[in-house]
Write a protein that binds this ligand. Structure first.
Ligand SMILES: C[S@@+](CC[C@H](N)C(=O)[O-])C[C@H]1O[C@@H](n2cnc3c(N)ncnc32)[C@H](O)[C@@H]1O
Length: 214
C-alpha cells in the first residue's frame, strides 16, 4: 500500500463490513482483510476490468468478499459500516453520496478536487467531520473522515478544511504556497484574460489571508 492509502486507511473505524468504492486494484480491501480489521469487505467499481483486478487480488479471501460492478453503492445488497472512496473527483463523490440508499456509520473520502463541495454535502447529509486535512505523497491529497452527527463549518473551513486551518501543518502550508505561486504566474501573464486574472486574484487573496494570518 502507498503512503496515501495507508494514511487514509488509518482514519477508518475498524469492525463490521468495509466497502471500497471505486476499488480499482483492491489494495485497500486486501489490507483491511490482511489486518483482520473487518469481518468482510465489499469491493465495487463502475469498471468491470478494474473490479476483475481486485477480485483476483482478493481470491484467497473469497468467502469474505462481495463484489459488484456498479455506479457508487447502487448495486449493494447489504449496508456496509464504512465506505471508503479515494481517487475520484469531489463532484463524483458527491453524486455517489447523494444517490446512496444507505447512511453508513463512517465515510472516509479523498476527493482529488472540489473538496469544498464534499465537505458541504457531508454536513447537509447529517455527518460530523472528524478529520479533515491535507497530506503529501508525491502529490497533495485531502483526507476527510465523517461519522453520523451534526456539524457546522464556516465558509473558510469549507474551502480549506477545518484541521488545516487549526493545525497549519507544513504540508498544508506547502500546498498553499504552491497554489499561490501558480496564481501569481497567471496574474503576471500578459496572455491571460482580465476575467481569468480577476478570478486568480480573488483566489490568491483567500490563500494569502490564510498564509499570512497571525
Ligand atoms: C483513480 S482510481 C482510484 C482507485 C483507488 N480507489 C485508489 O484510490 O487508489 C478510480 C477508480 O474509481 C472508479 N470509478 C469512477 N467513478 C466511479 C463510480 N461512480 N462508481 C464506482 N467506481 C467509480 C474507476 O473505474 C477507477 O477504478
Amino acid at each position: 500500500m502507498t503512503k496515501r492509502l495507508k494514511t487514509l486507511y488509518s482514519l477508518v473505524n475498524k469492525g463490521g463490513v468495509f466497502a471500497d468504492v471505486g476499488c480499482d486494484h483492491g489494495y485497500v480491501a486486501k489490507y483491511a482483510l490482511d489486518s483482520e480489521d473487518f469481518e468482510s469487505v465489499i469491493i465495487s467499481d463502475i469498471s468491470k476490468l478494474s473490479l476483475e483486478k481486485a477480485e483476483k487480488l482478493l481470491k484467497p479471501y473469497k468467502n469474505k468478499v462481495k463484489s459488484y460492478v456498479c455506479d457508487g453503492l447502487d448495486g449493494y445488497e447489504i449496508e456496509p459500516d464504512v465506505v471508503f472512496i479515494a481517487g475520484m473527483g469531489g463532484e463524483e463523490i458527491c453524486s455517489i453520496l447523494q444517490k446512496s440508499k444507505f447512511r453508513v456509520k463512517q465515510l472516509v473520502l479523498s476527493p482529488q478536487k472540489n473538496s469544498n463541495k464534499v465537505r458541504k454535502l457531508l454536513i447537509d447529509l447529517g455527518y460530523k467531520i472528524d478529520s479533515d486535512f491535507t497530506f503529501f505523497d508525491k502529490k497533495f491529497y485531502d483526507a476527510i473522515s465523517a461519522t453520523i452527527g451534526k456539524d457546522n463549518y464556516t465558509q473558510k473551513e469549507l474551502i480549506f478544511g477545518r484541521d488545516n486551518l487549526k493545525l497549519r501543518s507544513a504540508e498544508f502550508l506547502d500546498k498553499l504556497n504552491m497554489e499561490a505561486k501558480i496564481l501569481n504566474s497567471v496574474i503576471s501573464n500578459e496572455n491571460v484574460s482580465s476575467l481569468d486574472k480577476n478570478e486568480a486574484e480573488q483566489k490568491l487573496a483567500l490563500i494569502n489571508g490564510v498564509l499570512y494570518e497571525n
